[in-house]
Write a protein that binds this ligand. Structure first.
Ligand code: AYL
Length: 538
């Protein structure tokens, strides 16, 4: 059996409360260091204020009935103080579940119910959705708090439950001691992912998972010094990539993080120029914009040193075009999945291999396995990536069956991604065997869209696959639909119907095609391969 390992030595794993880890301050940052900046309002939070306010919010939660193991749902687009709300329950030994801000009421209800959330922090723009979902799952209005400083319709800002500023430090909530084994068993974050099949499931990540992965990515970053930088948080902070890279790692390094509420090219470019941003984590469509959009030339991007692209494939032509256009930028890809906290592979900035997801992260063991035989892929051949390491999730919440289908008895997590590896240990993703579709880095689960489609009485059967949209550097979902007997439903009506039920990133941007029958195996499983072959023939 061949096991691929990192070119880096294993690192010491910080088995502690994730709040204790992220505030351990190896760079000796002073409390006056600016930690967070709102790119639009220019509001700032210093390192000292961040620690104090995170503990004040934790204290307020306890005063309002929060207990160890309780779950806070954060339902918002990016806010500069998002990390305060995330780390307060974590320091208490509680759990945070971050919700996609585009979610509709039913999508939010599913996550609140499944995670068992009993508190919500949301944004005034999303309040109506949050209130409706909270009502359905029985979260009382007094446990719904807002970002910002204003009360809206009687709902108060989360800071309204802070103890007074004069409260001595000794009376603020302390991080619960989880040193050693408890860090490995205590869940800190539940993020939602469809994994390799089916609808979205709660990925339980422990304190050790979070701390380990932060420690594991550091060596792959450190061929460029310093680690303390001006960092732009433009990716959604509710995603594990944002939680780890833009919060846990950034705070640990005492970087200054400039936070953009939502992505749009002008605000993005303006923020880079204004705050002299040095490092960014992006997704391929954003790299495409930097390469192609004429507006980019109007801005000074000379401060940028490092860009990591992840969450979806970045074609080599695209990253080559990026570094040719901006010779001062070092580029690499990272790879992983929510279930891996999230990183298992990363490239090295100073020795780029375009098209590669990089080398194995320290403390990870990786296998490439032929999906047909279950044996090692033959040398030079592709295989499914299996990963074992301290960053592998605890499991799917309340779902031992799905957990057992994903993590085998030897502890390897089966990613559903197909890759090759060269003789220097650089991995290349060549295919995806799982159902998942990635729209601009966002997850779209075919099974979820199929369930929405067949719930319509005009639709007899349906199947969804991802198809490539090169112009936008992304995949898009395409639906094959069998009309119910007598139905005359049109493509547009099917598209509009789906759009009315799901978050924006799940719309059927690849179109709708009517077919007589959905190809299925004897066991009733949709033969997506056949559908893909149909599209490939065109
Ligand atoms: P999830 N190239 C190709 N596909 C990728 C890549 C990549 N670089 N990164 C992620 N994927 C796909 O849970 C792959 O199919 O986490 C994988 O199974 O939303 C799936 O996305 C997981 O989707 C980074 C950058 C980790 C990104 C990530 C993973 C975040 C996406 C570390 O540096």
């Amino acid at each position: 059996m061949t096991i691929y390992r990192s070119p880096f030595h294993d690192t010491k794993l910080p088995s502690t409360n994730a709040y204790t880890f992220t505030t351990s301050n190896p760079n000796n940052a002073p409390d006056s260091q600016v930690l967070l900046i709102d790119a639009l309002t220019k509001k700032r939070i210093t390192y000292g204020e961040w620690k104090r306010d995170t503990r004040r919010f934790a204290t307020g939660l306890v005063n309002n009935g929060f207990k160890r193991g309780d779950v806070v749902a954060v339902f918002s687009f990016n806010q500069y103080d998002y990390s305060i709300v995330v780390f307060a329950p974590i320091l208490l030994g509680g759990i945070v579940t971050t919700v996609n801000s585009a979610y509709t009421v039913p999508e939010l209800i599913h996550q609140l119910e499944d995670s068992g959330a009993t508190f919500i922090v949301t944004h005034p723009e999303l309040l109506a959705t949050a209130v409706e979902a909270a009502k359905k799952v029985g979260i009382p209005p007094q446990r719904i708090y807002l970002f910002g400083e204003e009360a809206v319709n009687g709902f108060k800002p989360y800071s309204s439950i802070f103890p007074p500023l004069s409260t001595p430090e000794s009376q603020l909530a302390q991080p619960v001691n989880l040193d050693g084994e408890p860090a490995a068993t205590t869940t800190a974050v539940i993020c939602y992912s469809s994994g390799t099949t089916g609808k979205s499931k709660g990925v339980e990540l422990t304190h050790l998972n979070l701390c380990s992965n932060a420690a594991q990515v550091s060596p792959t970053d450190s061929d460029m010094t310093p680690l303390q930088t001006v960092h732009l948080a433009v990716l959604p902070l509710y995603h594990i990539y944002g939680i780890q890279m833009c919060m846990n790692v950034a705070i640990f390094n005492a970087s200054t993080t400039v936070v953009l509420p939502k992505f749009n090219p002008v605000d993005f470019l303006q923020a880079i120029q204004e705050f002299k941003v040095q490092t960014m984590n992006l997704v391929p469509p954003q790299i495409l914009m930097l390469v192609k959009a004429p507006i980019v030339d109007k801005y000074d991007l000379s401060s940028v040193r490092r860009i990591t692209s992840g969450a979806a494939p970045c074609p080599p032509e695209l990253s080559v075009a990026l570094v040719q256009k901006f010779p001062h930028i070092y580029f690499r890809q990272g790879y992983g999945m929510s279930e891996l906290s999230p990183v298992s592979h990363a490239g090295l900035y100073t020795s780029p291999v375009h098209g590669s997801i990089g080398v194995v992260a320290p403390n990870c063991e990786v296998r490439l396995v032929d999906p047909e035989t279950g044996m090692d892929a033959a040398p030079g051949q592709s295989g499914e990536i299996w990963v074992r390491g301290p960053n592998v999730m605890k499991g799917y919440r309340n779902n031992p069956k799905a957990t057992a289908e994903t993590i085998d008895k030897d502890g390897f997590l089966h990613t559903g991604d197909i890759a090759t590896v060269d003789r220097h240990g650089h991995f290349f993703i060549v295919d995806r065997m799982k159902e998942l579709i990635k729209y601009k880095g966002f997850q779209v689960a075919p099974a979820e869209l199929e369930a929405v489609l067949v719930a319509n009485p005009e639709i007899g059967d349906a199947a969804v696959i991802g198809v490539e949209n090169k112009a936008e550097a992304t995949e898009v979902p395409l639906a094959f639909v069998v009309r119910a007997p007598g139905s005359t439903i049109t493509e547009q009506q099917v598209s509009d119907y789906v759009a009315s039920k799901v978050a924006n990133h799940k719309k059927l941007r690849g179109g709708v095609r009517f077919v007589e029958i959905i190809p299925k195996s004897a066991a009733g499983k949709i033969l997506r391969k056949d559908l893909r072959a149909l599209v490939a023939q065109e």
